[in-house]
Write a protein that binds this ligand. Structure first.
Ligand code: CIZ
Length: 301
């Protein structure tokens, strides 16, 4: 492992590469990364990167987003089959049909979407800024795709808006049920329960705090409390334990493990740098419009 880490560092210098890792990545991958964070933070880093190569340890839509905001760079996704079932729950054609049913209504797409869906949308959002993005629109009616649970959460925060939602969901977060929250409340009565808005609304309603991965991390950092139950992918628990050894963190549900995020290993990062694989290309038909959709988000937040 040490040898592999050294080789990764050597190749990184040789290729003038930067390694970005999402909060949901394995600990071994987070440790070798230059930056760890959510997709918003990482896409901003990609947009401003001075490196020739960006190794994006995450899932396909994230690497695709990095390529869209940094088109002249070589963007590599270490595991080519690391996809996102949520992003795959909506197609460009599906969105075009929805738009034709609601002419003139602006479309907000969650960053967990393909380049084609981004190209068909007016503005992008992440779970950290979804409320702000929707609130920034002058229109009362807004189409929000593809995550129905995040959309429901946003709708509750901006009650003057009417959100038209797509029925997509994250298969990992959807595993959590209200009974799981009730059980951990009994088990850890003093713990704060922090839940991701991709969980279903009945689960989110039982949380002490609902927020994106970066917001959950910030909440735990600033809180005076010492025990937390985390209702998002287990990679976040690794980060929390590593950075706050004096606090206690428990995973809300054993199924909060994203199999796609876990495909990337240290070996994958090494091979990505060694063999320059798997390079991400975004169809020119979508690239420019998707870039505008992302840029509009960056201008609002
Ligand atoms: O925005 C992201 O990176 C995702 C997918 C989740 C989160 O809350 O950070």
């Amino acid at each position: 492992m040490l040898e592999l880490t050294r080789e990764i560092q050597r190749l990184k210098q040789e290729r003038n590469a930067v390694i970005l890792a999402h909060n949901y990545q394995l600990e071994e991958v987070q440790k070798v990364a230059d930056y760890v964070g959510d997709s918003f933070y990482l896409s901003k880093l990609a947009a401003n990167s001075q490196h020739d190569v960006i190794v994006f340890c995450g899932v396909r839509f994230m690497a695709e987003t990095a390529k869209i905001v940094s088109p002249t760079k070589i963007v590599l996704l270490p595991e080519k089959d690391a996809g996102c079932p949520l992003a795959e729950m909506i197609t460009g054609q599906g969105l075009r049909i929805l738009k034709s049913q609601h002419p003139g209504v602006p479309v907000v797409c969650y960053i967990n979407s393909s380049a084609e869906v981004k190209a068909e949308s007016d503005i992008c959002c992440t779970s950290a800024n979804a409320v702000k993005i929707v609130a920034s629109l002058p229109d009362r009616k807004v189409i929000f795709v593809p995550d129905e649970n995040l959309g429901d959460y946003v709708a509750k925060q901006v009650s003057d808006k009417e959100l038209i939602l797509w029925k997509g969901h994250c298969v990992t977060h959807a595993k959590v049920q209200p009974k799981d929250v009730n059980q951990v409340r009994e088990l850890y009565p003093t713990a704060k329960i922090l839940i991701h808005p991709e969980c279903n609304p009945a689960v989110a309603a039982l949380a002490d705090f609902v927020g994106s991965t970066s917001e959950i991390i910030r909440y735990a950092q600033l809180s005076e409390e010492s025990t937390f139950v985390i209702g998002t992918e287990m990679g976040v628990v690794c980060t929390l334990k590593e950075t706050m050894p004096n606090k206690q963190f428990f995973l809300l549900h054993p199924g909060l493990v994203c199999p796609n995020m876990k495909k990337t290993r240290l070996e994958s990062v090494y091979r990505a740098l060694q063999d320059q694989q798997y390079e991400i290309h975004v169809e020119s038909e979508y690239a420019l419009r998707a870039q505008l959709t992302l840029q509009r988000m960056l201008e609002v937040v």
